[in-house]
Design a protein around this ligand. Sequence first.
Ligand SMILES: C[S@@+](CC[C@H](N)C(=O)[O-])C[C@H]1O[C@@H](n2cnc3c(N)ncnc32)[C@H](O)[C@@H]1O
Length: 286
Amino acid sequence: MGRDAIAGRLKRLAMEPPIRLLVRAVVKRLPARASTRALWDVSDRPAYLLGLWHAARRAAREGIGAIAAIEFGVAGGNGLVALEREAEAVERESGVSIRVYGFDNGAAGLPAFIGDHRDHPDKWRPGDFPMDEDRLRERLGPRTTLVIGDVAETVPTFYDDPEVPPVGFIAFDLDLYSSTRQALQILSLPGRRTLDHVPLYFDDVEHSISHRFAGELLAIDEFNENHEDVKIDRWRGVESDRPFPEASYLRKMYMAHDLRAIAARSLDRGPLERRLEAVQVPRPPR
Ligand SMILES: C[S@@+](CC[C@H](N)C(=O)[O-])C[C@H]1O[C@@H](n2cnc3c(N)ncnc32)[C@H](O)[C@@H]1O
């Protein structure tokens, strides 16, 4: 058995219950790389780390040297600080530089609701989650930009700044259908810059009160109905080959696919890649 096959078997063994619990405990205690922590869900925000890592790998494959990572809905900023910290770790390992953007309404908190069931007045109230902007700015480093204001106004001009790199990962945590609908424009604006496949995280799709006729789920459905070029789907296969495929955050991971950009692609495979594709590599038994 070759060295790669042995490594593959050991990796699979490490993922078996109950060994996986032991391995994760070890990974938590070691100064592990971002890719290792992304696999073992060792992060304050495993969804953010997984999205960032996947985006950086895709960017590297497409020859893109810098990407943007966005959090929509920042409030006190714990999520944005975690996104910034993980962006630094992913950048260090991947070599892809990552700029971080946080969009929020600031001290005003949640804006006025649309007036019917779609903004879930059964869960939130206007004014919830006010931000202490000065305090948050003290916690943020130079890679992160806070974009304060209603996303209905701030998103349409986002790409006007030529320094903004292609968007690689987005976390949506605006709570409201009306706000999420506006924020999703970032994927469809004329002149947008994104990867062909952008990992997305939606924070509010798995509550017991969640349904497809309100909130983020309705905003996603409407986006797909209204846009031909870009479609949002669940992140297919995200749970495959993971030690904890049942982790609940994986059900909140989606992917935006730029159909027009994909249609324009033609793979330029070298002779080595063609030969490797022709070889059927048997998967080790689970
Ligand atoms: C649940 S909080 C975000 C929590 C944060 N992601 C975290 O993990 O700590 C929701 C935030 O969305 C923001 N928000 C909702 N609708 C918005 C809109 N239309 N424009 C800008 N911000 C909005 C609110 O101001 C609020 O701070």
